[in-house]
Design a protein around this ligand. Sequence first.
Ligand code: SF4
Ligand code: SF4
Length: 204
Amino acid sequence: MRRPKIRELKEVIKSLFGRAYTSDFPRKPHTPYERFRGRPYFHEEDCLGCTACAQVCPAKAIEVSDQVAAGAIKRKLTVHWDICIFCGQCEASCPTLKGIMLSREFDLATTEKRQDLKQVIEKEFVICEYCGEPILPYDQYVWVAKRLGALTFTNASLLLFYLRSAGLALKERFLAGNKQAALNRSTRLKILCPRCRREAVIKS
Ligand code: SF4
Ligand code: SF4
């Protein structure tokens, strides 16, 4: 029989009489270390509604659905905590790095139904003022305009959107689509989707 090494024997005796390496949870609250990957949460004010997180999620734990409600088009983003594998890909791929962030919550035991283990947020769309199709979520449009800075002036829809936000043009967030009217030169002074803008430029 091989004799145990002295070093290992010392460790065994030390651990028998020393402090336990594990925490006393659930008898005492446990604070995980700083970079622990726990339950992810959307932070609505920093989320653009771009869906990058949903596209990279390997477990398909983030669901995206676009819905028409009360005359507006809204994007619903849902993170399902019962499917999430806490990999952190969503946080790493978020353009704002703060739209979805992993918390340090590790205690996920609950008596709730599985389908209730989720967080839902909604983002309103900017719609094309000619055809009524959604262009981008409102917050993403603002973010793009800010990132472009002076280059915003090269895009008529973004420029108009920017002027309206600054109170220098019509105050409405967007106008209802009016596909009955013909595309003409004046249509170019509306917020348009890329397809309608191309058509308006060609036809005017
Ligand atoms: S959390 Fe980030 S990546 Fe996901 S939709 Fe919001 S802005 Fe986009
Ligand atoms: S942590 Fe990973 S599995 Fe969970 S929602 Fe984010 S990308 Fe998906």
